[in-house]
Design a binder for this molecule. Structure first.
Ligand code: ADP
Ligand code: MG
Length: 717
């Protein structure tokens, strides 16, 4: 009998196809991006200036200006061969969304024209009633609208002019990730500039920077197609660990397999066209696991580029007969994937605020941002956690090679010592001697310390890595702006409070500016130091992290006060997001459970029975030959036969029980209770049923097994 799995392996034996787009030379970076420099060529100087001002101030553009820009966009796009345009946005599904419209239109006389004006650029109403909204959009007002984000340039992708947009409901509530993210960036800018002005009056703008590191698995498509679990859930729900995993560390940073190189060359070529500045590529810890990382960019653009890259990766992979797995834990017992978020703050003067400068004053500026960021993150740990959890990420966090489930910040022993020294500075106004000592011997040491970048930790959930903070709990599949919106908000609040405290000392206690800053920083250090000294990577977590337990922090009174205070989320919007995440959790576990049930009954049990029949035939034959003494020769076969029967019984019974648990959970109307029920009563069956199926995989004759095995999925390239 020829199984799908065997066919796939035969398919693989064919020589690899030739690939296009090998060399990266010869194309201009971002040639399919309409960045301001390009746009300038197509509109008047005055219009360009007006546009820049609107972007700078975040103010609305006049209809006339929008028309001029739209016309320029159309001319540029058509000159590049584009036939369609699309508002491109990031709904709460986690994927990107687009609805293409052709430039083609007819005028009143039936003549063909190409139409795209300011109205079409600025706002669109996709019939988008099926995106998750967490109850914000009732069906009678189901339509949301997309609105142009002029801070992220339009680009051409596959003959379509893509215009980055936000997505909001008719009642004005955010239905996407970008809307609150842009608000958080602006709030952070305002608060950070105020602090910078203590040090440098030339600073008028601060923007968050982001460099993401995207981990993923690349699996042969023909093999993946034999697996309903991979196709429907993005991960394997069954599969015995291969005899060889990542123990030998022979994949990590190893030579990139040639077929993967072909894929990467084409991916980098396509990325370059749309302006994604990919810089780094390497093999990751697990077999068939890889990572790509770009040069960091301003955070809004970097998020757009990450979401675009994921889309691009799927498309390029298809051409190379691969599938990309962005799932956080596609393979049990094998290292999972994350998306490391490197975050920092840059000023209009070109200063990285998380990098100490040459003078003591600039080092004090660095310390102000460094210490306040840590304080903000530690204070809102639960909220940060809530922004990164999901059913799939739960499977990764807290396991080998992955960040611990307890959030902690690693800054290294040298910086910890600096903070201790600062904490020991006497209270109140400092004497000139004390100040000199502090400047020379404490903060003066910082640049040197950071130059020596060896004091690093690779698995702490959050680490300061020399000139940026690296957040490692974000899942490989998720939209990075989810975490960064929270991060921006908590840091903003902390900076606002810091400013008030420093001003109070300056005005109330008549302190000098640097004395006041030292004093407030000292207090802050005292409050954060106990937590900073704990190494959570060495302690086992006491409470198992699950999404339904972490998510309520989104809607705690503290969180509502924070986000409403900063006008980033209203309480209704927060509730909606909470709802969307709970529903996503429930649906994910539900789909996994259904898929496993189907596979167990349609694939695994019938295969086991087929093998049993082979054994029965064998035993029957032995009986014919040896008569009554056949048992002497068939004893092992009989043991296997019985073992298989007991696995089958356990699997079948497990599926029945799991289905009942699902039915019971589905009757619960409260979403939080339902999610907890799914976590506690349905999810455990995914493990227990799998255990029995994996035992069968080791028992049943290899060629009968219908699903590609781990050793094939992970090692065939
Ligand atoms: P590692 O694996 O050691 O963390 P990588 O080079 O893989 O280092 O990734 C570092 C990431 O951090 C890159 O994406 C890089 O662009 C980014 N990065 C560097 N400096 C900054 C910064 N100032 N702000 C944000 N991201 C940064
Ligand atoms: Mg890193």
């Amino acid at each position: 009998m020829q199984t799908l799995r065997k066919k796939s392996l035969e398919e693989l034996a064919k020589p690899p196809r030739a690939t296009k787009g090998g060399a990266l030379t010869g194309i201009e970076f971002a040639s399919n991006v309409l960045n301001p420099k390009q746009l300038q060529k197509f509109i008047s100087e005055k219009a360009f200036e007006q546009m820049e001002q609107c972007i700078e101030k975040g103010s609305q553009m006049s209809a006339l200006l929008a028309d001029q820009i739209a016309s320029a966009m159309k001319t540029w796009a058509i000159s590049k061969g584009a036939s369609h345009y699309s508002h491109w946005f990031q709904p709460l599904t986690g994927a990107t969304a687009e609805k293409h419209e052709s430039f083609f239109d007819l005028d009143a006389f039936g003549n063909q024209i190409e139409k795209f004006d300011g109205n079409q650029l600025v706002q669109q109403i996709p019939n988008a009633s099926s995106f998750p909204s967490g109850g914000i959009r009732n069906t009678f007002e189901a339509r949301g609208y997309t609105a142009w984000d002029p801070t992220s340039p339009a680009f051409i992708f596959e003959n379509t002019l893509c215009i980055p947009t936000i997505f909001v409901s008719y009642t004005g509530e955010a239905l996407d990730y970008k809307t609150p993210f842009l608000k958080s960036l602006q709030k952070l800018d305002e608060a950070a500039v105020e602090i910078c002005r203590f040090f440098d009056k030339n600073i008028s703008k601060v923007h968050a920077t982001l460099g993401w590191e995207q981990e993923y698995f690349l699996i042969d498509r023909s093999l993946a197609l034999t697996r309903p679990d991979l196709m429907l859930t993005g991960r394997t729900l069954l599969g015995h660990a291969p005899s060889k995993g990542e123990e030998l560390n022979d994949h990590y940073f190893g030579s990139i397999p040639s077929r993967v190189s072909h894929f990467l060359n084409e991916l980098e070529y396509e990325s370059k066209l749309v302006g994604i500045p990919i810089k780094t590529r390497h093999n990751e810890v697990a077999p068939s696991q890889f990572e790509v990382a770009p040069v960091f960019e301003n955070a809004n653009l970097a998020v757009d580029h990450n979401t675009l890259l994921m889309d691009l990766m799927n498309k390029v992979a298809y051409k190379h007969n691969f599938v990309v797995l962005f799932h956080e834990k596609p393979f049990d017992k094998i290292n999972g994937s994350g998306k490391h978020i490197n975050w920092s703050l840059n000023t209009n003067t070109g200063t990285n605020l998380l990098s100490p400068g040459k003078t003591p004053m600039s080092s004090l500026q660095f310390l102000s941002f460094f210490i306040n960021t840590i304080a903000a993150v530690l204070r809102y740990k639960d909220l940060i956690k809530a922004s990164t959890v999901s059913a799939s990420n739960d499977l990764r966090i807290g396991f080998n090679e992955a960040p611990a489930s307890e959030l902690s910040v690693f800054i290294g022993n040298y910086l910890l010592e600096v903070l201790e020294d600062l904490e020991n500075v006497s209270k109140g106004k400092l004497s000139p001697e004390e100040k000199t000592d502090l400047k020379l011997n404490v903060i003066g040491k910082i640049p040197e310390i950071l130059l020596d970048n060896t004091d690093r930790n690779r698995t702490a959930p959050i680490a300061f890595t020399g000139n940026k903070f690296e957040f490692r709990t974000v899942g490989s599949k998720s939209n990075c702006s989810k975490l960064i919106t929270v991060l921006n908000a908590v840091v903003t609040e902390q900076l606002l409070n810091f400013k008030v405290a420093v001003d109070q000392l300056i005005e109330g206690k008549k302190m000098k500016k640097d004395d006041a800053i030292f004093n407030v920083l000292r207090e802050t250090i005292s409050s954060i130091k106990p937590e900073l000294s704990i190494d959570h990577t060495k302690t086992k977590p006491t409470v198992e992290l699950t999404t339904p337990k972490a998510l309520p922090s989104y809607v705690s009174s503290e969180s509502v006060a924070l986000f409403e205070g900063l006008h980033i989320f209203s309480e209704r919007e927060l509730n909606a997001r909470y709802q969307v995440d709970l529903e996503a959790y429930i649906s994910t576990v539900q789909i996994e459970s259904r898929t496993l049930g189907d596979m167990a009954r349609n694939h695994i049990i019938p295969t086991a029975i087929r093998y049993q029949n082979m054994l029965i035939e064998n035993i029957g034959g032995l009986k014919e030959i040896y008569g009554a003494s056949y048992k002497e020769f068939a004893s092992e076969q009989l043991v296997i036969l019985e073992k298989i029967s007991s696995y089958i019984a356990e699997i079948n019974d497990g599926v029945t029980q799991m289905t009942n648990a699902r039915k019971k959970a589905n009757a619960t109307t409260d979403f939080h209770k339902k999610a907890l029920q799914y976590a506690e009563t349905v999810k455990p069956f995914l493990t227990s049923i799998r255990y029995q199926c994996d035992k069968l995989e080791l028992t049943v004759e290899d060629t009968l097994w219908p699903l590609a095995k781990y050793r094939e999925l992970l090692f065939v390239r």
